[in-house]
Design a binder for this molecule. Structure first.
Ligand SMILES: [Zn+2]
Length: 279
């Protein structure tokens, strides 16, 4: 059972204009974080939520991948150090070899490229997300920011699906969840629209129910003030209508007393281990 909140640390900071992330925003560049979540559960062991940007996304490792090279040129991914996962885990007194489970919320490069640096034995992901990655062409995946070449070679051997967990009721407006840890304390919640299978992770038994709403938006302000950005940010949605319904669901959860963290929001949260980090 989990009674203390998860922790988060930052693997990368990307400066992006506020006007691209918030309707009516300014031209000021905001330092978007790329967070990785951590919690410990008796059944899952030391567990990460996503693996952030790893150096493999930021620079070539000698394997030619023209589509990934184009992504690097366009997005300019970077990491805060040469070992962002190792440094983040050090703040928790852990090493990468201590991690037993990684939950992947979706397959965007900034959520999975750190996986190659982890010897973890168990990876859980949404079945729909994996199915789409396998079914799509390399070009289609690349246009959505998904690169199978960033995954470890034996990825599939270590893979299990969130949908195999029992369906339970998630708090307030979130609908059904998947009971990942079998005791109702960690639930995978569908937040469709951002990318096929996009998932949030809910901790309903904390003093204040908590939702890691992943990439439902970049800024919590955009969710709470109903100021989701239009074009060109809206181009990124896999399905705009579903994405807006997911935003609404998260907003109702927060207004009903829930606590929310997004992967990229620059505003520090009490669960951030590196709240004072500077870009
Ligand atoms: Zn994403």
């Amino acid at each position: 059972m989990i009674t203390a909140g998860p922790h988060f640390f930052t693997t990368s900071i990307l400066p992006v204009r506020e006007s691209l992330l918030l309707k009516g925003g300014t031209r000021t560049r905001l330092p978007l974080r790329v967070r990785v979540g951590y919690f410990h559960h008796r059944r899952l062991g030391h567990t990460l939520i996503d693996a952030g940007y790893g150096v493999r996304a930021a620079r070539t490792d000698g394997k030619p991948d023209l589509l990934l090279s184009a992504y690097r040129k366009l997005i300019k991914p970077s990491t805060l150090s040469d070992d962002p996962l190792g440094d983040g885990l050090l703040r928790l007194g852990l090493r990468k070899s201590d991690i037993e489970t990684v939950i992947i919320t979706h397959f965007h490069a900034d959520h999975i490229s750190g996986l190659a640096d982890l010897p973890v034995s168990r990876i859980l992901c949404p079945k729909r997300a994996w199915g789409a990655l396998k079914a799509n062409s390399r070009l289609r995946n690349a246009l959505e920011g998904v690169f199978a070449s960033l995954l470890p070679e034996d990825f599939e051997d270590r893979l299990g699906f969130l949908e195999d967990a029992q369906v339970v009721q998630a708090p307030t407006e979130l609908g059904n969840g998947r009971d990942i840890a079998d005791d109702g304390s960690v639930l995978a919640v569908d937040l469709p629209g951002h990318l096929e299978g996009h998932t949030g992770i809910c901790f309903p038994k904390l003093e204040k129910p908590f939702l890691y709403a992943t990439d439902v938006q970049w800024l919590k302000r955009a969710v709470m003030e109903d100021r989701c950005p239009g074009f060109p940010a809206s181009m990124i949605y896999h399905h705009r209508g579903e994405a807006m319904r997911s935003v609404e669901k998260v907003r109702r959860f927060a207004r009903g007393g829930g606590d929310v963290v997004l992967c990229h929001d620059p505003e520090p949260h009490a669960f951030d281990l590196d709240a004072g980090i500077e870009p």
